[in-house]
Design a protein around this ligand. Structure first.
Ligand SMILES: Nc1ncnc2c1ncn2[C@@H]1O[C@H](COP(=O)(O)OP(=O)(O)OP(=O)(O)O)[C@@H](O)[C@H]1O
Ligand SMILES: [Mg+2]
Length: 227
């Protein structure tokens, strides 16, 4: 079954503080196949971001595990996990998370510079061309504070794509954008999926966006339900 990219096995996330126990994820089992565009919606606090962070190796489950391209991530060293985070996973955050002191071009280039192999001039050219393709090629030397929200999110998308990730994980990528910029970002994600088969998992509050992918899941009470 090599079309399975990611599989979760009985993922649970529980927070404990004194006698207070919060079960955020309850036995999540699901499979992400290559080329899928999955949308996940659900009420605030349902556990969507928690799930996405665990899928992106930004957080650990309390129990259960994530199997990435056939290998249980628990068997990976921290070094291998950071390598995967940087090269196989592209994360797009609601608040863009660009580095404020760096230009748009530098923000996109950085994930590639972390990997020491390859030619820096070629990497720079790729960063430039990605920024061009997401529509901010005219803002290369602008820092995040000199960009609009929509432009910052486009830079963040270019950054997520820089190392040719297997999967894009987007947490409310339009949550902080006006309607027009949000539609632009959605069009961009849709075209990444349709033109290059990019696998995408996108969390969204917006019910109008729930149907734009190939599969829609709803999260309630820490479990996922197919819609
Ligand atoms: N450190 C913590 N201790 C206790 N509970 C926590 C902690 N961190 C998160 N939670 C709880 O986990 C639940 C899920 O949070 P999460 O951010 O995943 O929700 P979400 O579905 O992304 O919500 P939203 O749509 O508002 O972004 C929330 O109810 C939150 O209160
Ligand atoms: Mg969230």
């Amino acid at each position: 079954m090599n079309d399975i990219l990611v599989e979760t096995r009985d993922l649970c996330k529980t927070y404990r503080s004194g006698s207070r126990i919060t079960d955020v994820l309850r036995n999540i089992r699901f499979v992400i196949k290559k080329n899928e565009f999955i949308t996940i919606s659900g009420a605030s606090g349902a556990g969507k971001s928690t799930l996405l962070h665990i899928l992106g190796l930004l957080d650990d489950p309390t129990s259960g595990t994530v199997v990435f391209q056939g290998t249980d991530i628990k068997s990976f060293s921290e070094g291998k996990r950071s390598f995967l985070r940087n090269t196989a996973i592209g994360f797009i955050f609601q608040f863009f998370n660009l580095l404020p002191e760096f230009t748009a071009l530098e923000n996109v280039l950085l994930p590639a510079l972390i990997e020491k192999d390859g030619n820096v001039a070629q990497k720079k050219e790729r960063a430039r061309s990605l920024l061009d393709s997401v529509g901010v090629g005219h803002r290369l030397t602008h820092k995040p504070s000199e960009l609009s929200g929509g432009e910052q999110q486009r830079v963040a998308i270019a950054r997520a794509l820089m190392n040719r990730p297997e999967i894009i994980l987007a947490d409310e990528p339009t949550g902080n954008l006006d309607r027009q910029s949000g539609l632009g970002v959605i069009d961009l994600l849709k075209s990444l999926h349709s033109s290059s088969g990019q696998t995408i998992v996108m969390v969204t509050h917006n019910s109008a966006l729930a149907g734009i992918g190939t599969r829609h899941l709803n999260m309630a009470d820490g479990t996922l339900v197919t819609q």
